[in-house]
Design a protein around this ligand. Structure first.
Ligand code: PNS
Length: 170
């Protein structure tokens, strides 16, 4: 049985992530979407919230589950019995850091292969960081994140259009 890991920060999951996960789910028997816990990063959403949002957003994909891990990606993949890491590539700007990570992961464990999936054109501009910025300034994120994520983002960040100090645009 083929098993793949889709790792990431997922802070929060976007429609770009869902696109990559759906395509991984068509290619592998089983896919684990894994939230990487990095103590040096300050995520907006805690581990449980990020895993919950992924579970809800991927509920239509019966061979997909969500989990979280702390430590090295390749160690997690091995412990899960997965030999493939699936990652999305949006633009040339992603390439350098992804290449570095893929080469380092192979250096750490040559039994785990990284496969890249090109993002769909409509998602090539999308990132969790930009989604949080838009939501923070009261913009519409309903076409950028799964429906279950919209209210969670608004509750956390939604300040309406008045997200700026009164004199900010003077
Ligand atoms: O969504 P992101 O932040 O681009 O995902 C990056 C992630 C989580 C996939 C990467 O940082 C990772 O694999 N972290 C786990 C720790 C690890 O294995 N680091 C060595 C990678 S070379």
């Amino acid at each position: 049985m083929s098993k793949a890991i889709c790792p990431g920060s997922f802070d929060p999951i976007t429609l770009g992530h869902v696109d990559i996960i759906e395509r991984a789910a068509k290619t592998f028997d089983e896919v684990v979407v894994a939230v990487a816990i990095n103590e040096t990063k300050q995520p907006l959403f805690d581990r449980e919230a990020r895993v919950r949002m992924i579970r809800e957003a991927c509920a239509h994909l019966k061979n997909v589950s969500a989990d979280s891990f702390c430590g090295l990606m390749v160690d997690y993949a091995e412990a899960q019995g997965a030999r493939v890491i699936v990652k999305g590539l949006r633009a040339v700007s992603d390439f350098e850091s992804e290449l570095q990570m893929a080469l380092m992961n192979r250096n750490l464990n040559a039994n785990v292969e990284t496969l890249f999936v090109m993002t769909s054109a409509e998602h090539s501009f999308l990132s969790s960081r930009i989604v949080k910025e838009i939501a923070g300034f009261g913009g519409d994120v309903s076409k950028l994140v799964p429906p279950n994520v919209v209210p969670v983002l608004l509750k956390k960040l939604g300040r309406g259009k008045g997200g700026c100090p009164a004199d900010a645009n003077e």
